[in-house]
Structure formats: C-alpha cells, structure tokens
Design a protein around this ligand. Sequence first.
Ligand code: DAH
Length: 363
Amino acid sequence: MTTDIDQLQSELLAAVEGAADLAALEAVRVTALGKQGTVTGLLKTLGALSPEERQTTGPRIHSLREAVTEALATRKGALDREALDARLASETLDMSLPIGGLATGSVHPVSQVMEELAEIFADLGFAVATGPEIEDDWHNFTALNIPETHPARAMHDTFYFDEVDGEGRKMLLRTHTSPVQIRTMVGQKPPIRIIAPGRTYRSDSDATHTPMFHQVEGLVIDRGITMGHLKWTLETFVKAFFERDDIVLRLRPSYFPFTEPSMEVDVGYTRDKSGRRIIGGAEPDGWMEILGSGMVHRKVIEACDLDPNEWQGFAFGCGIDRLAMLKYGIDDLRAFFDGDLRWLRHYGFAALDVPTLAQGVGA
Ligand code: DAH
C-alpha cells in the first residue's frame, strides 16, 4: 500500500508538472481528485480498513491529496503567468490609428466661426480678449453707461444671482460681450485693438433666441480714431468673412448707451435662381442686419479712468450664431445647441482644417 501511494504520488506530480496548458492541467486534476479520481478512490478505501491500518495509511493518503492539490495550484499559477506574458507579447494597441466612424468628433460651426474671426482680425492687428461669463452689474451695465432704469436691466432679460460680490455688486450672467471692453480698458494701456468672442446669456427662448448664445465684441482705442476707421474695419471684416469683395454695407443711425454716435450695420443680399438669399452682390435686393457699433461713448472711456480728450475709439458687437447661419446656410438656431450628432456630422468641420486667410477662412 505504502509503495502504491508513493508511486501514485510521483506519477501524479509528474503529470502535473508536465501539463502543457490549463486544459491539460484540469484533466490531471479530474484524474486525481475528481469523483472517479485515483486519490478520491483511495480516500474511499479508508472506511473498509482496520483501525490499525487506517492509522498508518490514513495520514499518507491525506498527505498525498495535499501534495497533489498544492502542485496543481502552483502549476496553475505558472500557466496563468505564461498565458498573460504571451498575450502581452502578441497584443499591441496602436494609439496613432484613427478611431473612425461614430467616435470621430468635428468642430462645431460656432467654434469654426470663432476661429475664422480670430484669423481675420489677427491679420488687422487685433488680439483676442476674454472675460468672465459670470459678471457683475458694474462691468455689464453701469460702466457701459446703462443706468439703473434701462430696460436691459429688467429681470426678464437678465439672469441674476442671489449673491453680491465682495464689493456689493450684483452678480449676473453677462448679457453681452461688451463688459470685456471695460475689463480690457481697465486692465491695459491704450492703444487697444481686441476682439472678444464668447458665450452670452439672456432669459429669452423662441425659434430665433436661445438663453445662451454667442457674440463677438470689437474694440479699438487710440488717438484720433474716427468713424472712417470703423467703416473700413467692418467692410474689411465682412468681405473676408463672407469671402466676397462685392459686399455692400448700409450704416443706419441707431442707439446704444455705450456708443455715440451709434449705428446698426446691414449687409446687402441678392437672391439666387431658387430665390435663396445670398450675402453679397453689387446691387443688393435687400438688407440684413448683422451688427451694432459706434464710437465709444466718452462716459465709458471715463468710467475706465482714461481721458476721453486723449483717447477715442470705436466698438462693435455681433451675434456669432447668426454669422454662422448666414455663412453656412443653417436655418434653425435651436439645432445649434441640441447636441444631435447627425447635425454635427453634417454641419461640423474637420478638426485639422484650421481656417487660414490664404485658403479662404472657411475652406
Ligand atoms: N452689446 C450690444 C448688444 O448686445 C451689441 C453692441 C452694439 C456692441 C454696439 C457694441 C456696440 O460694442 O458698439 O446688443
């Protein structure tokens, strides 16, 4: 019996050691420890032995089972490691491969237009300035010569916070990008030439208004700036943006608290054969308003601690979403912010198509 057990043990341990993979190892385990296994069979014989025999043979059979169980576990660990090493050696992940299909993103028309504006105005010597979307009522209104009683201050237009800031100013979501004019004039010495694109907010929602929308502000402050500079700048910008030289602008007198004089600017459109409006054409069929502008009001310049007798300038403000709709023929504003991937795939731009003047900014 003793020699049988010893021999079985060495056979089993050899079989465990020789198992080439996990399946072979499992087969050895079943042969030894399964219901019909050899070791299980030996354990079953214990009951039939005399008490003396059981005392000598019992421990040997148990230690056989332990030795085999342990050898199986050790061999399994080694085979698992081998399998993992083989996978690590054969599997590679090429991070440079394009992801393709659904996962490929595109540039939103609003981002594209912002890039185009930055490119066009950089060529005219304008830097891009930014300001906070959570503003205070001094920057958003007071410094821009919008008094307490101005309708733009009414609750139905402006999203207010309950809190006031450290200086007791009411906090709000900026209703336009014009406060960036103030921050720029307070923060840096003239001459100033900036555009400030960004998100703006008004409590307004219908087919042509969304509570969040985008504007771009323009500001020039220098000595001896006139409306001639303003007109030339706007014409140059609009022609570059719509990529046509035959664009006619119409300047209409208007009112903004922060400019004097103020004007609204329309672009001329013509109609194509199907009656669709196309921006441009030397003899316009009609006009579309695209922006507000004017000469910066002396009270605004004074509010920023500059001397209006020394420094003058012009400013303009323009809806970016509307520019994108006009340039790229998109007719529903709300679709801009639905996040529908089908819309984005249709109207979006390839991420690496950075707008350049040389190619035509929107190419
Ligand atoms: N802030 C104005 C608005 O949101 C737009 C505007 C008009 C900006 C005239 C200007 C400007 O800088 O000169 O309606």
